[in-house]
Design a protein around this ligand. Structure first.
Ligand SMILES: O=P(O)(O)OC[C@H]1O[C@H](OP(=O)(O)OP(=O)(O)O)[C@H](O)[C@@H]1O
Ligand SMILES: O=c1cc[nH]c(=O)[nH]1
Ligand SMILES: [Mg+2]
Length: 219
């Protein structure tokens, strides 16, 4: 399975990540969401280079221009809540794409808060048959939300290719995707692969809780 870690090469993404990780900077939710959105735009641009293209003629006021245009039918499938600003970034670039949404939230299943279960409650998607599906969620921690989101999406059609797009990935989450997603038609994109998970299944050094940092605490 192809894994693309965008911070392997220096780029302005390093600045966005540094701001998102910084405890003081994090106090401004608008800036946090905006950096998720910008990383979504950047990843979308990189993913666009992997699509199939076909030459088409476009009539300008002065003549005819031959341009290569993508032929893939892209659907951006986003996992609520933290996926929302990420979705906006992808949609800024793939403005002709379809849009799919699934909700997922993690809940501790023991008193020590060391085990999690993931709940899916909402699904809205177009037909995904033969589509290029980008599943956008900024955090790939255990990978369970991504797996359950994908399984909910593919009840509505079998995509041609699945791009797993996140901002931060833990090695455990990447391993989980390798074991649960279709080999040969899945690509993982992230802006950084962090050290691992702490005992509460949070990515370290990470950001903290991305959904809360975007939108505030939930009960
Ligand atoms: O890889 P996992 O261990 O499943 O963790 C990743 C999930 O955790 C976060 O969602 P969370 O459950 O905190 O919901 P939220 O977006 O509403 O905050 C994040 O947005 C992912 O969906
Ligand atoms: O570190 C983590 C792990 C899961 N979800 C988050 O929001 N942050
Ligand atoms: Mg959360």
């Amino acid at each position: 399975m192809k894994i693309i870690n965008l911070s392997e090469k220096n780029s302005i993404i390093n600045r966005y990540l540094a701001e998102m990780r910084d405890c003081d900077y994090q106090k401004n939710r608008l800036l946090f969401r905006n950096n998720i959105k910008r990383i979504g735009e950047y990843e979308a641009f990189e993913i666009s280079k992997t699509l199939d293209y076909e030459a088409k003629d476009v009539t300008t006021p002065l003549g005819v221009a031959r341009v290569n245009l993508p032929t893939d039918q892209v659907v951006i499938g986003t996992i609520f809540r933290a996926g929302l600003p990420f979705h906006e970034g992808f949609l800024n670039i793939f403005d002709h794409s379809g849009n799919a949404f699934v909700s997922a939230y993690r809940e501790y299943t023991n008193e020590e808060h060391t085990e999690i279960g993931v709940h899916i409650e909402y699904l809205a998607t177009p037909d995904l048959t033969d589509k290029t599906l980008i599943i956008a969620d900024p955090m790939l921690a255990t990978g369970i939300s991504m797996e359950m989101g994908m399984k909910a999406f593919i009840t509505k059609g079998n995509p041609k290719h699945i791009h797993v797009a996140c901002v931060l990935a833990a090695p455990e989450g990447i391993e989980h995707i390798k074991n649960t997603f279709p080999e040969g038609k899945t690509t993982i994109w992230c802006a950084s692969i962090d050290e691992g998970l702490n005992e509460h299944k949070y990515i370290v050094p990470g950001f903290g809780d991305a959904g809360d940092l975007c939108y505030g605490n939930k009960l």
